[in-house]
Ligand binder design. Sequence first.
Ligand code: 5GP
Ligand code: MN
Length: 314
Amino acid sequence: MFTKIKQIIDEGNRFLITTHIDPDGDAIGSAFSLYWALDALNKRPLVYLKDPIPYKYEFLPIPPNFTRELPTDRYDGIFVLDCGNLFRVGPGHEQLKEMGPLVNIDHHTTNETFGLINMIDARACSTAEILCALYESLDITLSLDMAINIYTAILTDTGSFRFENTNSNAFIICDKMVRAGVKPEYVSRMVYNSHPKERFLLLGMVLATLTTYANDTIAMVHVTEDMFRKTTGTREMSDGFVELVKEIRGTEVAILLREIPTGYKVSMRSMGSIDVARICNLFGGGGHKNAAGCTIPGSLNEADKRVKEALGIS
Ligand code: 5GP
Ligand code: MN
């Protein structure tokens, strides 16, 4: 299953590992775990992230070889993890293909198979699940540095084992990680109880924008630059707001519109068979059936109108 990827790893030495902008727990945990796995094989990996590590993931064992400057060297393999399309790596992503063989490892249904090698499994709960199978096939001894990253990736991507992507492998792998020394209480505390006060000031403003449609089955909130300024909140502090809105009884689709310099970044979450990846795809975005995103240029009014049209609630 991993023959080509194994060959690239066996024959190479210098590897670049990257993931998507606005990285989540699976993006960070996958990238860092692959770093420690390649390090265990005495290879020379480098992790490149365009964005800073979100505060809630700062407790993870950060690779010593880590950069936020897009490298320009050649590599024996470039691993793009948890990324539905290459664009999501951030500016300069076009260069990556010229820097070495691109290995695309992902679990998004909308993955655009942009790699030289594409290892896509939409049934996997997380990219980390696919990587765990790779580590096993490479006979890599699991270290605590790998385990804590893998555990965090699976914990966060499954919404603490609450989302539909929660499969039996999620439990099997996390059990293995706990046996390897990961402390679930510690990871939960770091990830979920480490928010600065400003996040809650921001949340207050965002919840005041709550509007529901279609008999309260659709709930929408927004966050503007002005709200970030007034609360001195940062973008990462709005992570998770859309999941909170989905907690409203009867909600089938939850939407967060977040202002960005060019317009609005849309985050959608859904229940059951409602496919928000398909809706986000209409705007050039994508993701998973129950968790997806896209960008809509223009004003809040325009974003609001277009999202409602796409959902048939205009
Ligand atoms: P979030 O709402 O947390 O930013 O993203 C939800 C899911 O949709 C994640 O799996 C994320 O990778 C994916 N996603 C978010 N925005 C985009 C986008 O603009 N394009 C694509 N292809 N996927 C996205
Ligand atoms: Mn993921």
